[in-house]
Design a protein around this ligand. Structure first.
Ligand code: SAH
Ligand code: SF4
Ligand code: F3S
Length: 522
């Protein structure tokens, strides 16, 4: 059977899709590049904003037309939207055969198989049988998961390690924590991904080792609040001598000090373990950090371990205390700034990035001005800026009316983007004149005419604005350890391709808002 799989949303979804591909591939399913060549169409969806859902729904509409025209297809909606929309989706879109939430992906082969059999039995008639696997409230219960039930862990464990499994074989994701317990009022993730579950450190280290053995030189650890990782040994169920994933931080860890202290692996411990036990790993990164959970131990681990990238994606979300409180983010602007100051004190060459939501309910002009001021003050290399999108099922949609008109949201979005662009240009300019290792990952043709895009400023050493160089040709594109994008001229497309997947020293010569340019010095 030929399968087409399209992925929307975050890195978690990209990893899930990789695992699904591995799992179905090992069962003989064949993956194709084009949806019109496939018999099974799978969309791994995102629910974080309405726009993300609309993209997936437009695909559902197109497949619906094809099915009505008589094509025999199996349509599966996977991921967060399946979980959020649940059975409503089946009611509204009869063309959907399979719904599979992100916590149930290990059941996907069975679901596809059931629908296939039902379709075969009805000899071309539209099958009545539909496959549904959603976690519902189950993943939110507080009991310890038993390893036997935890099919998702076995999905992570059974991943295909060969380089073909990934688009960029030199780079891989490893999940350390699933779910989220923060309940920011605007966010669907705690509902779609369920309760926070920490994977046993041995599984994680082993996975990293095997990926590196298979050619990965960069690993990105994934978690919604990745730095909240904490595994308390001896409290989870063990099966066959192996430790199982653990719901929450292991409550014993937080009981009174007089209780016998269970051994825990903190996020800092985990970073050190991976760094020390997988010496072939050249870059260890992690996303997304939750500002409040960033302790000095993590900064110390990063300072001591040279192959841990000094890059923090730690979203501020807003520069106003009132808005942060309504968002239930759990920190004030001053606390966020204190965290940034501590970071740069410990790691002067660190880079900082984040996310910001504009137009959250009740956001006044003054609130917005405070966010602008934060983006001017702090050295954000970039921020993803989003217009608030009310999401069904969240606290915010019930508690706070969506009272900021869309044109105000749009204006705030654009205004903030322009400010971010200036901040980005300043951050990038500080790197000009330095030599840094760059991991190359793509090649692009460079257009001849190139004035900087509006809102961006090109800078050279000394800070004088200049036009970007206007030579046509090829550029190899890569990233520094701090995730700054670097372009280097190369003689040909092939020469650029040959650099992909390797780390090379680059002398940085000029900077724009989102790009550094330099020369390969190796
Ligand atoms: N766990 C990460 C973020 C996950 S979602 C964290 O806490 O930082 C990625 C980003 O989407 C969030 O940081 C937020 O900026 C944005 N986002 C989430 N829900 C949103 C909503 N309802 N409307 C607009 N943006 C939203
Ligand atoms: Fe959503 Fe907040 Fe959890 Fe991030 S920390 S996933 S924004 S609830
Ligand atoms: Fe989207 Fe789910 Fe990721 S809602 S951002 S795919 S966790």
């Amino acid at each position: 059977m030929r399968v087409y799989l399209e992925t929307f949303g975050c890195q978690m979804n990209e990893l899930d899709s990789e695992l699904v591909r591995g799992q179905l591939g090992s069962l003989g399913y064949q993956f194709v590049e084009r949806d019109d060549e496939a018999q099974v169409l799978l969309y791994n969806t995102c629910s974080v904003r309405e726009l993300a859902e609309q993209k997936a729904l437009s695909r559902v509409g197109i497949v619906g037309v094809r099915k009505r025209e008589g094509e025999r297809l199996i349509l599966g909606i996977l991921g967060c939207m399946a979980e959020r929309d649940g059975l409503d989706m089946l009611r509204r879109h009869p063309q959907v055969d399979i719904l599979c939430g992100p916590a149930e992906l290990d059941k996907l082969p069975q679901l596809i198989d059931n629908v296939r059999r039902a379709q075969d039995a009805e000899r071309g008639e539209l099958a009545r049988e539909r496959g549904v696997a959603l976690a519902g409230n189950r993943s939110r219960r507080t009991a310890t998961l038993s390893a036997a039930e935890d099919g998702l862990e076995s999905l992570d464990l059974s991943r295909a390690f060969d380089a073909d499994a990934r688009e960029q074989p030199w780079s891989a994701y490893v999940r350390i924590t699933r779910g989220c317990n923060k309940f920011c009022t605007y966010c669907v993730v705690p509902y779609t991904r369920g309760a926070e579950v920490h994977r046993p450190p041995d599984h994680i280290v082993e996975e990293c080792r095997r990926l590196v053995d298979a050619g990965a030189i960069e690993i990105t650890l994934l978690g919604q609040t990745v730095n909240h990782y904490r595994y308390t040994h001896g409290t989870a169920v063990t099966v066959g001598g192996r430790e199982a994933p653990q719901v929450g931080p292991g409550l014993r860890a937080f009981r009174d000090d007089s209780a016998p202290i269970a051994r825990t692996t903190t996020f800092a411990d985990l970073l050190r373990r991976i760094h020390d036990e997988v010496p072939g790993l050249q870059r260890l990164r992690f996303v997304t950090s939750y500002p409040r959970d960033f302790g000095p131990d993590v900064l110390a681990a990063m300072r001591d371990a040279p192959r841990i990238c000094r890059y923090l994606h730690a979203p501020a979300q807003s520069g106003s205390d009132a808005v942060l409180a309504r968002m239930n983010r759990g920190y004030t602007v001053a606390e966020y700034e204190e965290f940034v100051a501590r970071t740069f004190e410990a790691l002067p060459d660190a880079t900082l990035a984040g996310d910001i939501i504009v137009g959250f309910p009740g956001e006044t002009d003054e609130d917005f001005e405070r966010t602008c001021s934060l983006v001017r003050r702090l050295p954000f290399k970039n921020n993803f800026i989003f217009k608030y999108s009310p999401r069904p099922g969240t606290t915010a949609i019930d508690r706070y009316p969506d009272d900021i008109p869309d044109e105000v949201k749009r204006w705030r979005n654009n205004t903030l983007l322009a400010i971010q662009s200036e901040t980005s240009a300043r951050v990038h300019a500080q790197w000009v004149g330095k030599r840094v290792p760059v991991l190359f990952d793509s090649v692009r043709a460079r257009a001849a005419a190139s004035r900087p895009a509006s809102g961006t400023v090109a800078l050279r050493v000394g800070g004088e604005p200049v036009d970007a160089p206007s030579v046509a040709g090829w550029q190899a594109i890569g990233r520094t350890a701090g995730d700054l994008i670097v372009a280097v001229p190369v003689a040909s497309e092939e020469a650029g391709r040959a650099m992909c997947g390797s780390i090379r020293e680059v002398a940085l010569e000029s900077a724009q808002a989102l790009l550094l340019t330099g020369k390969n010095v190796q």
